[in-house]
Design a binder for this molecule. Structure first.
Ligand code: ATP
Length: 208
């Protein structure tokens, strides 16, 4: 099992942000994607998560393409965008049910919801949540179906210290089960806490 990116290119207007990015992550690998503001980390994560179409390149999980909205392998992926954006008019409970229906998966168990801190907000509208609460709700949604690959964009933004500890433990356990995570972050203490392999995005390519 592995995540493989090869030759990923993405241009916005006149600016080519990704210029042949390549990466391989083996089972049990937590990759911290680091790089300066605007270098393209969210863009690369968006491509891996399948919400941005690359101009060229391949992204596969165990050899199955993750590209395209209907790629079956995307059921094995959980994604939380940088903004932790989700439909604001849905209650957290409805968001989880929607993701579970789309993935043909069971809802997360109550103890997992409790652990990520989403249980207390189940009946609140996503649009009424604080950033940290929204991030916890979106994390719960990303965990629906027990995905092999977690794609998390700045996941510590808005989290309190207990939330960061919870997330670090969750990721370490995910890796211990053979899961893979791709985490864009500027938070070096978090990178250390999860003992991540740091990969640098520089000039549109992945190094390290
Ligand atoms: N939808 C878009 N349309 C046009 N340009 C975009 C779009 N999305 C991103 N960009 C540009 O692509 C570049 C990379 O943006 P991206 O958000 O991927 O960077 P980042 O490395 O995640 O930055 P940060 O560390 O600040 O979060 C930026 O110059 C940004 O302006």
């Amino acid at each position: 099992m592995s995540l493989d990116l090869d030759g990923v290119r993405k241009r916005f207007g006149g600016r080519e942000v990704l210029r042949g990015a390549a990466l391989r992550a083996d089972p049990g690998t937590l990759c911290a994607l680091v790089g300066s503001n605007g270098v393209g980390k969210s863009t690369l994560l968006g491509v891996v998560a399948g919400i941005l179409e690359p101009d060229a390149g391949t992204v596969t999980l165990d050899g199955a393409s993750l590209l395209g909205r209907n790629a079956p392998a995307r059921k094995r992926l959980g994604y939380v965008p940088e903004s932790a954006a989700a439909p604001p008019h849905l209650a957290v409970r409805e968001l989880l049910a929607l993701v579970a229906a789309l993935k043909h998966a069971a809802l997360p168990a109550d103890d997992l919801l409790e652990r990520v801190g989403a249980r207390a907000t189940l009946d609140q509208l996503v649009g009424s949540l604080s950033l940290g609460q929204r991030r916890r709700a979106c994390l719960a949604a990303a965990l629906v179906g027990d995905p092999t690959l977690l794609v998390l964009d700045e996941p510590t933004n808005g989290l309190d210290p207990a939330g960061m500890t919870m997330l670090a433990e969750l990721l370490r356990e995910h890796a211990a089960r053979g899961g893979i995570a791709l985490v864009a972050t500027h938070d070096l203490s978090f990178t250390e806490a999860i003992a991540a392999r740091s990969v640098h995005l520089v000039g549109g390519c992945v190094e390290g």
